[in-house]
Design a protein around this ligand. Sequence first.
Ligand code: APR
Ligand code: ZN
Ligand code: ZN
Length: 361
Amino acid sequence: MAQEVRGVIAPGKDEPVRIETIVVPDPGPGEAVVRVQACGVCHTDLHYKQGGINDDFPFLLGHEAAGVVESVGDDVTDVAPGDFVILNWRAVCGNCRACLRGRPWYCFATHNAKQKMTLTDGTELSPALGIGAFAEKTLVAAGQCTKVDPAVAPQVAGLLGCGVMAGIGAAINTGNVGRGDSVAVIGCGGVGDAAIAGSRLAGAARIIAVDIDDRKLETARSMGATHTVNSRTTDPVEAIRELTGGFGADVVIEAVGRPETYRQAFYARDLAGTVVLVGVPTPDMKIELPLLDVFGRGGALKSSWYGDCLPSRDFPMLIDLHLQGRLDLGAFVTETIQLDEVEKAFERMHQGDVLRSVVVL
Ligand code: APR
Ligand code: ZN
Ligand code: ZN
């Protein structure tokens, strides 16, 4: 029997979000229904609402979530009712060329639930990133559920489902930050701060945080930054070079997604260093660089999608490190809010007041 639950939808371009009754079908083959316990508010949800992702309104928003599996399709064996899970938006297929080559984090055939959640009048909903978790329950592909230690608080666990994983993964998976490395992180929002926390976890010796907002730099320090640079008043490339014995950083992580900050990252790294772009640019952005500099400086220019994570490998490991006190994921939760406060959370996010507001259900 399909169930009716409350959920937050974006009804149309730039219209305020509102709570509606959502019809959640029983899970079919390969699907699971999850009782959502917590879901973080991410920029991507705002982009959906603004029509910046696509026009498939109405959207069921929310995608950084944790909860308990309520029911699964007949053929599902990986997760079972009662399992505590973090939802991921890249359930890998196991069969595409990327998966078969042993690089499943590049999977290009990731899957979502086949059935649609709807409004009570039958209108089909588009769940944000195939999740839609600003709702009491949601229908996902079983592969989108990653089991982790239930001892962790749901509002903390859910954040690993998107922004925090993207940042940590940019450092430890894409950037391959290692013991003794120098790292610079440009842009210290939730993603940049997670890259800082990930760099600390990986043993980086020097972690330089760059932002244009002193409040952000203060938080960055508590996440593990050893030095901070306000790039509104100080040239970040020169500052990073000075702080690294004149060389530049081994790894520079760009967590803004703009041409000017990418350029800073490009020139702030040591010869043969690595640039990791985890900030997401818009389609109009372009960058011009002397090709000789690209050649002459060597090293690697990489981008990081979802922190190049493999949820089944990375989520349980990071939750364990958190529970051992070695990774403070709780520091990313600025506030917990109710389902009817998502619109307000978007405003606070826009003002730069929060790392993450998390809806608890
Ligand atoms: N130089 C340095 N820092 C900047 C600049 C700039 N020119 N412009 C903005 N910033 C800082 C902001 O002050 C803020 O601290 O970048 C940070 C961006 O943080 P958030 O807006 O909180 O965004 P976040 O969730 O961290 O995501 C950052 O990563 O995954 C992507 O889509 C995401 O592109 C976005 C980026
Ligand atoms: Zn997100
Ligand atoms: Zn695949």
